[in-house]
Design a binder for this molecule. Structure first.
Ligand SMILES: [Zn+2]
Length: 171
C-alpha cells in the first residue's frame, strides 16, 4: 500500500509561488475543500470514521504546527499566550482560556470566529473534529503526553463560539 508522509516543506513557498495573488485565500474556499473532502470520505468510510480521520489529520497538523510555528522552549503559560497570538496572526480564530489547571493539565478554552465553523448553519452537532485534533496535537507535541480534546459548544450547534475541553488522555 502506498502512503504519503507529510512534511512541512510540502507546503511550498507561497510567497514566491503567488507573487500577484498573495499568500491568503477566502475562508469559504478553505471550507469548500474541507467539507467536500468530508463528503467523499464519509461515502467511502461512514461519517464516524471520517470524523475520526479528520481529527487525526488535525492532530498531525497540530504537531507540525507546534514544531514549525510555535516556540516550544517557553514555559507552559507563555507557550499558550504565544499560541493565542499565532492563531490571531494566522486568522485561525480568537482563543481565550476560560480555565487552566497547570497541575492536571485540564483546560477549557473558547475559540471565537473559528476558521472551520464560525457562521455555519445549525447542523445539530459539533463539526470541529479537525480542530479537536489540532489542539490535541499541539498539547501532545509540547508536553510529550497524549491529550483528549472534545468540542462541547460549536457554531454548528447554535452556539456563538466554539468551546473545547482539553485534558491528558486517561486523566
Ligand atoms: Zn465549532
Amino acid at each position: 500500500m502506498k502512503t504519503y508522509d507529510f512534511k512541512w516543506s510540502d507546503l511550498g513557498d507561497t510567497e514566491q509561488g503567488r507573487p500577484n495573488l498573495g499568500t491568503e485565500a477566502p475562508v469559504a474556499i478553505y471550507r469548500l475543500m474541507q467539507f467536500t473532502l468530508k463528503d467523499v470520505l464519509s461515502r467511502q468510510l461512514g461519517l464516524e470514521k471520517t470524523c475520526e480521520l479528520l481529527a487525526r489529520a488535525g492532530e498531525l497538523a497540530g504537531r507540525e504546527f507546534c514544531r514549525n510555528v510555535l516556540n516550544t522552549r517557553l514555559p507552559l503559560a507563555a507557550f499558550i499566550a504565544d499560541f493565542e497570538k499565532k492563531l490571531i496572526d494566522l486568522k485561525i480564530g480568537i482563543l481565550r482560556v476560560e480555565s487552566a489547571d497547570m497541575q492536571t493539565l485540564h483546560f477549557t478554552v473558547t475559540v471565537a470566529e473559528d476558521l472551520d465553523c464560525s457562521g455555519l448553519p445549525v447542523l445539530g452537532g459539533a463539526v470541529c473534529n479537525y480542530d479537536e485534533g489540532f489542539i490535541a496535537g499541539i498539547f501532545k507535541e509540547f508536553t510529550g503526553r497524549d491529550f483528549t480534546v472534545r468540542e462541547t459548544d460549536c457554531w454548528a450547534m447554535g452556539d456563538r463560539t466554539c468551546r473545547f475541553d482539553i485534558r491528558p488522555s486517561g486523566g
